[in-house]
Write a protein that binds this ligand. Structure first.
Ligand code: SF4
Length: 227
């Protein structure tokens, strides 16, 4: 029997508490060894799996070293190096242009503010939040990816649909110290149990507080449609 707690704040806190027990070591799954590699991996991860990005960046990071090399790379060659990634041509262009700006305007360093990061091609608020959190240890917002979008709606934490609005809601509801972990907890649970097409509600640690639970709800609140 899934019933949401009385307030969205209580519901969000309960989700954090229970998923923290379930996934105590959850963190970013992209592989990188410096801020530039992190930025590039996150740009590549848009609409692509982290697993695929990790496969491709293994040889990419061995081949190119530092922003100058990416900025001066041949567009076609760099695109070819990324060819298993979705939108590889566009992403190769973003990486070359972003690295050009990093060299020319930021002394070769990945910027550490939201506005300077989002001025880079291919970098939206979500990418910037990830780079700030994992590259600079600055938590300025909540990263809202497809798993966070789906789970927050399914669990009755918000009815908003756009990542920007969901982020604003979460920044109000969650304790600030949970902003970073909340994303990784949702990603872990979204991959392991609460998958997009076939969530395993009978095995879910949130079942009794989830208003979308397939065990007693006809409707998936993430899509608003019948299961
Ligand atoms: S797996 Fe089912 S019960 Fe658990 S959060 Fe997802 S929809 Fe709710």
């Amino acid at each position: 029997m899934g019933t949401r707690l009385d307030s969205p704040e209580a519901q969000a806190a309960e989700v954090v508490d229970r998923l923290s027990v379930e996934y105590p070591d959850t963190t970013i799954s992209l592989r990188f060894s410096n801020r530039l590699e992190l930025l590039i991996a996150v740009i590549l991860s848009a609409q692509c799996t982290d697993e695929r990005v990790n496969q491709e960046t293994e040889h990419l990071f061995a081949k190119y070293d530092g922003p100058e090399e990416y900025a001066n790379a041949d567009q076609e060659e760099l695109a070819e190096d990324l060819s298993s990634i979705t939108y590889y041509n566009n992403k190769a262009g973003y990486i070359r242009e972003a690295c050009g700006i990093i060299v020319e305007e930021h002394d070769g360093e990945v910027p550490d503010t939201m506005s300077k990061l989002t001025d880079l091609p291919g970098v939206g608020r979500k990418t910037a939040n990830v780079v700030l959190q994992h590259g600079h240890e600055l938590v300025e917002g909540v990263v809202v990816d497809t798993h966070v979008q789906r789970l927050t709606r399914r669990l009755g934490i918000t009815e908003e649909r756009s990542p920007e609005k969901i982020e604003r809601v979460l920044m109000e509801l969650l304790a600030r110290e949970d902003w970073q972990d909340f994303t990784h907890l949702c990603i872990s649970h979204g991959r392991a149990t609460c998958t997009a097409r076939n969530p395993d509600c009978s095995e879910c640690v949130l079942e009794d507080v989830c208003p979308s639970s397939k065990l007693d709800s006809e409707v998936d609140l993430a899509s608003g449609e019948a299961w």
